[in-house]
Design a protein around this ligand. Structure first.
Ligand SMILES: [Zn+2]
Length: 627
């Protein structure tokens, strides 16, 4: 919770911002979207915009909330035609800003008619702009299907939307419905552009809605659209765990909510991109077709819904100032993503175990896997963690080759470690009287509200933590965010939690599951290689044996000690190095085949957490709060 003084200051800033902005449009913009051709991967939209004569600039949403980057799929915008009173109007794209279109509204015109198309990609690279339509389902992100007048805060632009779906499709969304008219056309209530873009629609032929908090207010729904009816056959035990997730999240945030109702919009298909995108009142969750019905696939993605749900509080309601932009054209600043994503990653990880979506042991194994990856990043030498947040808009699209040397969006997993450590510090400083939850209830809680955004700065965050326990939080974060040349990931939380990161010659079950589900092989902490099941090297750890012998990303391992490559053949050879076995790799690099001899004797090494003798605070943290 903010102090009264801070709150007043914040209200003044808002009032000034409101005074400076252009007046709201005379009437809502109407938007009609035709999704009946979703299975051909094309969407049609037409829009009627109230206007006054003279020059006008319309913009296509560029900076998409939650994606922290300029990811609006402008290349896939097509069919743009403008007219007024039946007469066509010419438009010209801005020479610098590819997302802006200039035109002149003719004298006498009071409204502008616009047509556009979205060419929906079948490619699965990216987030909401990647593949999100199949023959059986579609996820509709409104920001991809509209233009709006430049310079208006999206809170002040009203939209009345209509959506036409294929005849036998059902849908789920948090967008308030006015009526479901004939021909499977849905009329939505008039909302701000902010709410519209915050409320995607999941629709499909194979659809199921599960209530996750029956009888409670506000309601929570798991809306599922899948490529088959079989994929909807989730067991009652698993449903019970997702109901527990809702209970545990509410307990974590002191029963304070910032949504009218909450919808997990879960799309299950092997033809779409797989990711999660948070909203205030819903989340766009996209996973494999068998996500709910295959235990291994579910385990690998068990923190997906917990993470996205946490974002309703952390990210949507409380948002870093640099990410709380007034419209979708203003660039975002990602410097506090270690809170936005890092704290969410920590709380999602905690909730996954508290809800029983995995076991505490599996949860610790996930932590070992991610911590080992961070701890062995050679890029720690040159790149401080804070730079991964500032450069997030680049790193989300970074390739996986040389990942260790480049560093990726490390603020997720390393943010988790930092917040785990903060939690253990609060528990210790308060002699077990308080925990990070006291901070959450103060910072993210308070009275329940409809969706709203309360921006914060690093200073106000550190102050809020200081009110929970007196500690030099600025120094604590500064040391973990801004240092380079640090050999190790911050493991104070794991250690205060009663464990330490170590390496064993047996692979933990969770790593086996991750590898089988993702089709990858990691022998990163023995010889320093990450590769695909086909032998293609995706990354090397520069300090370890494979890289030192000359192997690099983009090469392909064809044979190991003269035997045709497979994951097991490679692991067996690594195992054999302990008893004097050699490690000769036959490697294809383009047209050339070469032999690489590795200087390595250490056998297999896989990450695990082992007890360090201290009380197991980590296990306490993962215990359910709710009854
Ligand atoms: Zn997130």
């Amino acid at each position: 919770m903010m102090t009264r003084r801070n709150l007043l200051r914040f209200i003044n800033v808002l009032a000034i911002a409101l005074l400076l902005t252009a007046p709201a449009l005379a009437a809502p913009i109407t938007l009609r979207v035709d999704a009946t051709q979703a299975l051909r991967r094309i969407f049609y939209a037409d829009e009627t915009i109230p206007v006054t004569p003279g020059p006008l600039t319309l913009v296509y949403p560029k900076w998409i909330p939650g994606e922290h980057g300029p990811t609006g799929p402008i290349t896939d915008l097509a069919g743009l035609k403008l007219s007024a009173s039946g007469k066509s109007i010419e438009w010209k794209r801005d020479a610098v800003d590819m997302y802006a279109f200039h035109l002149t509204v003719p004298a006498g015109a009071t409204s502008l008619d616009m047509k556009l198309e979205l060419l929906s990609t079948p490619g699965s690279e990216g987030f909401s702009s990647a593949a999100s339509a199949t023959s059986e389902l579609a996820v509709l992100s409104w920001n991809q299907l509209l233009l709006y007048p430049e310079g208006k805060p999206t809170n002040d632009v009203e939209f009345t939307a209509e959506l036409k779906l294929p005849a036998d499709w059902k849908f789920g969304t948090s967008l308030p419905v006015l009526r479901n008219a004939a021909n499977n056309t849905i009329d939505f209530k008039t909302v701000s552009l902010t709410t519209l873009v915050d409320s995607p629609v999941l629709a499909g032929k194979h659809f199921r809605r599960i209530e996750l908090s029956p009888g409670a207010t506000p309601p929570h729904y798991l809306d599922i659209a899948a490529d088959s009816d079989e994929a909807l056959e989730v067991s009652p035990e698993r449903v019970a765990k997702y109901r527990q997730l809702v209970k545990e999240a509410l307990a974590m945030f002191g029963n304070s909510t910032h949504y009218r109702e909450y919808h997990f919009l879960l799309a299950l298909s092997d033809q779409i991109a797989h990711f999660g995108l948070e909203h205030h009142e819903s989340s766009d969750d996209q996973a494999r077709e068998v996500f709910l019905t295959d235990d291994a696939v579910h385990l690998a993605g068990s923190s997906l819904l917990p993470h996205e749900f946490v974002h309703s509080w952390n990210g949507k309601f409380r948002r870093p100032q640099g990410l709380a932009t007034p419209d979708y054209q203003t660039p975002m600043k990602g410097e506090l993503l270690w809170v936005y994503e890092g704290l969410t990653e920590y709380l999602g990880w905690v909730l996954t175990a508290r809800a029983g979506l995995d076991t505490a042991e599996q949860n610790r194994q996930f932590l070992a896997v991610s911590t080992a990856a961070l701890d062995n990043r050679s890029g720690r030498e040159w790149r401080p963690l804070i730079d991964t947040t500032i450069a997030a808009q680049l790193l989300y699209n970074a390739r996986s080759d040389w990942d260790s040397e480049r560093r990726g969006v490390d603020f997720y997993d390393e943010g988790l470690l930092i917040w785990l450590e903060a939690d253990t510090i609060i528990r210790k400083q308060s002699q077990g009287e308080k925990s990070l939850e006291d901070f959450l209830r103060a910072f993210h809680g308070g009275p329940s509200t409809n969706p709203e955004v309360k921006p914060y700065t690093f200073e106000s965050l550190a102050e809020s933590l200081g009110r929970i326990v007196n500690y030099d939080w600025k120094k604590f974060f500064d040391e973990r965010l801004n240092r380079t040349g640090t050999e190790h990931a911050p493991q104070g939380g794991i250690e205060a939690g009663g464990y330490r990161l170590t390496y064993a010659d047996k692979m933990a079950d969770v790593q086996k599951t991750i590898e089988s589900v993702s089709g990858s092989i990691s022998v990163a902490y023995s010889i320093g290689l990450k590769l695909g099941t086909d032998g293609n090297v995706t990354d090397v750890l520069p300090e370890l044996a494979a890289a030192k012998s000359g192997v690099g990303p983009g090469m392909k391992i064809v044979a190991v000690n003269g035997n045709q490559f497979s994951g097991e053949v490679l692991r067996q050879a690594i195992r054999g190095t302990k008893t004097g076995g050699t490690l000769d790799l036959l490697v294809q690099n383009g047209k050339r085949f070469s032999s690489y001899k590795l200087d390595y004797r250490g056998g297999e090494r896989y990450p695990m957490l082992e007890p360090n003798g201290l009380p197991k605070l980590l296990d306490e943290i993962l215990k359910p709060l709710s009854k």
